[in-house]
Design a binder for this molecule. Structure first.
Ligand code: MN
Length: 258
């Protein structure tokens, strides 16, 4: 399915690219069009391959040709942005080295080390695409046992009123849970996430989406696996309102979402 550019960017799958027009728009307008609209507009949009896979294929192909200039650096950065970990890129470069040649391995490792800098395995990745208008707050230690991954809480206004900005790192989501008596309203402000009610299909969340969660409905919410996500959570006040925390959203179910 083709989507308008704006929508593709919101899905985070498109490589909105203007390098062709920026650098060659006057000198070679047809080349600029092919680069920006066809290669990065349509070919990078093919849904049969994930963006992460396309990033890995592109790095492999450039490396195999011995192209280790700024275009490879760009594609290494893009690979990291779409979820390629340091361990994965190290394994990829090692693998391709065996087929493409030892000096290419060294050249690409030198670039990759600039991109995957001091990241430790499992460390929190640096936040990307967060709201500039709301605070991230503090690590959500109080509820960490009900979350997979790291999240952050920032009370908004009077903490007693239960309005909070919740920030989820990529892959972070809360356990299945129920808001008893009072419900909850989620106002999505940045990044991309998921919301699911028990027995229903998952819903994609992007900034501007508002989710009204009725009391007694079992559900979970959180980030997509390769995107940070922020929503404001409003607790709907009610006499004797409580939250009941249930089982985690299993990796096999969560990782299958796309
Ligand atoms: Mn909830």
């Amino acid at each position: 399915m083709r989507l308008p550019a704006q929508s593709r960017m919101r899905k985070g799958i498109a490589m909105k690219q203007t390098a062709g027009r920026d650098q060659l728009g006057t000198f070679a307008p047809e080349f600029a069009h092919l680069n920006d609209d066809i290669l990065f507009g349509e070919v990078w949009d093919q849904e049969a391959l994930s963006t992460k896979t396309k990033c890995m294929l592109t790095v492999t192909t450039l490396m195999a040709q011995g192209i280790t200039d700024s275009s490879l650096l760009y594609h290494l950065q893009n690979a990291k942005k779409h979820g390629v970990t340091r361990a994965e890129i190290a394994a990829l470069i090692t693998h391709v080295t065996m087929y493409a040649g030892w000096p290419k391995g060294w050249a690409v490792f030198n670039l990759a080390k600039q991109v995957w800098t001091e990241d430790e395995e499992g460390a929190v990745t640096s936040p990307e695409g967060l709201s500039e208008d709301f605070p991230v707050g503090e690590p959500n230690t109080a509820y960490a046992k009900y979350f997979i991954g790291n999240s952050y809480l920032a009370p908004l206004g009077d903490p007693q009123l239960g309005a909070r900005n919740v920030t989820f790192e990529p892959g972070c989501r809360n356990n299945w849970h129920v808001h008893h008596k009072g419900g909850q309203v989620l106002i999505c402000i940045a990044g991309e996430g998921w919301y699911q009610e028990w027995g229903k299909p998952v819903q994609k969340l992007t900034p501007g989406d508002v989710v009204s969660i009725a009391p007694e409905v079992k559900h979970w919410h959180g980030a997509m696996k390769d995107s940070w996500f922020q929503h404001i959570a409003l607790a709907v006040p009610a006499e004797g309102a409580t939250n009941e925390w249930l089982e985690p959203v299993e990796d096999k179910d969560y990782l299958a979402l796309a």
